[in-house]
Design a protein around this ligand. Structure first.
Ligand code: PAF
Length: 286
């Protein structure tokens, strides 16, 4: 595996690969890699000849300084995992590469509409940070395709919208959420949970399944389903930010005549020291 830390070194290898007609699949990450990330790289490898992973903890997408400071940084372990699964290149830029004139003076990318709800409402500026860094990384890496996890469903939609609106020549591929055996969605934030909390975190997926069952039965009182599941989460000791039934293509609040397969339930809840998010798209649940 080639490791590059500068944009110049990245461009040199990229130029070589372009001359060889290699198709590049890209997985941007903030490191602290787990099996979920590795499954994104597997997906990239299925569809491309060369895979590039970036590791960069992007300060612009953190709405709280303590969250940024506590974000787990495990570079040596990450590099070993990437080497083991056979990634072709890892790109590890610094803040100076990404924000050469400082974060506060950076040109930013703001995707309207879908960024103001759910996580966007609870984490002001978060999606400007995500869209900006992903746009910059796409311009640096110039991949043919990029893979993002469906666990961060709103992020996936924001990246798709940004790529289409800015005519970026990158195919965006979504990959299914990897889960622990008891159902908890894999996330770097799970590292902030004790073993007991991890097992208890499975309740988040259980409430999604319970809501989905009601919807599949034809229940259309969305607010009642949401309230029941929020109450369950609270009773189990979580502090939910939202549990919301939406349309999967625009994240608008679900309407009575929406097709069941177009519905998605999204949830965010604090569990101990970790804020966990998850979702269940009805089309992939029966
Ligand atoms: O999902 C993440 O890890 C980050 O939001 C991303 C896409 C790497 C941008 O920093």
């Amino acid at each position: 595996m080639i490791r590059v830390d500068s944009i110049e070194a990245l461009r040199e290898v990229r130029h070589q690969w372009r001359m060889e007609d290699q198709k590049v699949g890209f997985v941007p990450t903030m490191g602290n890699l787990h099996n979920g990330h590795l499954s994104l790289l597997d997906k990239a490898r299925e569809r491309a000849n060369k895979t590039i992973c970036s590791i960069y903890v992007n300060p612009l997408q953190f709405d709280r300084p303590d969250d940024l400071a506590n974000y787990p940084r495990t570079l040596e372990k990450d590099l070993a995992k990437l080497e083991e699964i056979g990634a072709d290149m890892v790109f590890c830029p610094t803040d100076e590469h990404i924000y050469p004139r400082g974060m506060e003076h950076a040109t930013t990318v703001d995707v309207p509409g879908i960024t103001n709800v759910l996580d966007g409402a609870h984490r002001p500026g978060h999606f400007i940070g995500v869209a900006t860094v992903v746009c910059k990384l796409f311009n640096m890496v110039q991949p043919e395709l990029a893979v993002f996890g469906e666990k961060d469903f709103q992020q996936l939609l924001v990246v798709k919208r940004m790529t289409a609106d800015l005519n970026l020549p990158v195919e965006i591929v979504g990959a299914p959420t990897a889960r622990e055996s008891h159902g908890l969605a894999m996330s770097s934030r799970n590292n902030n949970l004790s073993t007991e909390e991890r097992a208890h975190g499975a309740w988040i997926f259980k409430t999604l399944q319970a809501g989905a069952k009601q919807l599949l039965k034809g229940e259309r009182d969305f607010q009642s389903i949401e309230k029941t599941q929020i109450d369950t989460l609270k009773a189990q000791g979580f502090d939910p930010d939202y549990y919301s039934i939406r349309r999967n293509f625009d994240l608008e609040v679900a309407r009575e005549d929406d097709e069941t397969e177009d519905l998605i339930i999204l949830v965010a809840a604090q569990c101990g020291k970790a804020r966990l998010i998850d979702n269940l798209h009805l089309a992939s649940y029966s």
